[in-house]
Design a protein around this ligand. Structure first.
Ligand SMILES: C[S@@+](CC[C@H](N)C(=O)[O-])C[C@H]1O[C@@H](n2cnc3c(N)ncnc32)[C@H](O)[C@@H]1O
Length: 268
């Protein structure tokens, strides 16, 4: 198999990656045949998937706008993925042109592509790091040069923590990240849950076993406990389209079909 020029040497071309499969769902071009094959199988089993991913991105943009309106000018987007239309820095800088954003991912394609499209923007930085090792992330020179940790920061963990199994303690990782933030900082989070479409969850989990990051779906209660130490902003942890929709019509229908919970919390 020939290696496309945008694929870093360390990438295994024979295994799908969650970041590149997600890129395919969103209509991007940074994916390989092995990713497209997995994504097509997933969509066949679950035709709502591309719409679910769009709903997740739309939540992310609404949440960024909300926290920017609360005066937040610094964003740390952990598990940021392969940049696509409507990135965090675009939404943030629309609300506040001075907003600074650090993008973090452990996938080399996501990092290489983020660097390529963001090069030259002084108010953004890209860091390759694993959220399970927050100490290394917070010491990274690109992070410390871009964010002032004495001021509030909005940390985004959007559609990423379901790739961290219970054994790796996502609650502990969030707590160690939260410990670095001053009061008044925000946590923006979305997370897959089997509660919306329990009949679909098994086959989906099965497909992600092909990737290096299998999925762990969690209950609403488990997701709420990720916000320990944060005060949940209204309406709390809800299905993606129900989190402060721009137009109430967006939330009509069967919001549980998105099978993703979303919430925003403010650090006490
Ligand atoms: C489904 S994508 C979400 C992208 C973006 N946050 C969004 O919601 O549109 C999940 C991303 O999390 C990244 N990821 C998974 N586990 C991670 C970890 N332990 N540390 C950092 N990033 C991780 C993957 O590489 C992938 O790019």
């Amino acid at each position: 198999m020939e290696r496309p020029s945008w694929v870093p040497a360390e990438v295994d071309l024979t295994r799908p990656s969650a970041a590149r499969v997600y890129d395919f769902y969103l209509g991007g071009s940074h994916n390989l045949e092995v990713d497209r094959r997995m994504a097509r199988e997933a969509i066949e089993l679950w035709p709502d998937l591309p719409a679910i991913m769009q709903s997740n991105r739309a939540f992310m943009r609404r949440a960024v706008r909300y926290v920017a309106e609360q005066g937040i000018a610094q964003f740390l987007d952990i598990g940021s993925g392969i940049p696509t239309v409507g990135n965090v820095h675009e939404a943030a800088q629309q609300a506040n042109p001075q907003a600074r954003v650090v993008y973090v991912d452990n996938d080399p394609v996501a990092v290489a592509h983020s660097r390529a499209i963001l090069g030259g923007d002084e108010r953004t930085a890209v860091v390759q790091a694993d959220l399970r090792e927050p100490e290394a992330l917070f010491e990274h020179p690109s992070l410390t040069a871009t964010l002032d940790l004495d001021q509030p920061v909005a940390v985004l963990m959007v559609a990423v923590l379901h790739f961290v199994p219970d054994a790796d303690d996502p609650w502990g990782a969030v707590a160690r990240i939260a410990a670095r933030l001053v009061g008044g900082s925000y946590l923006v989070l979305s997370h897959a849950s089997a509660e919306g479409r329990p009949e679909q969850a098994g086959s989906h989990r099965q497909l992600y076993r092909r990737t290096p990051t299998p999925m762990t779906m969690r209950s609403r209660t488990e997701i709420e406990t990720l916000f320990d130490g944060f005060e949940l902003v209204e309406p709390g942890v809800v299905w993606l389209p129900l989190w402060r929709p721009d137009d109430p019509a967006e939330a009509e229908g069967q919001p549980e079909r998105t099978t993703g919970y979303a919430g925003v919390g403010r650090k006490r």
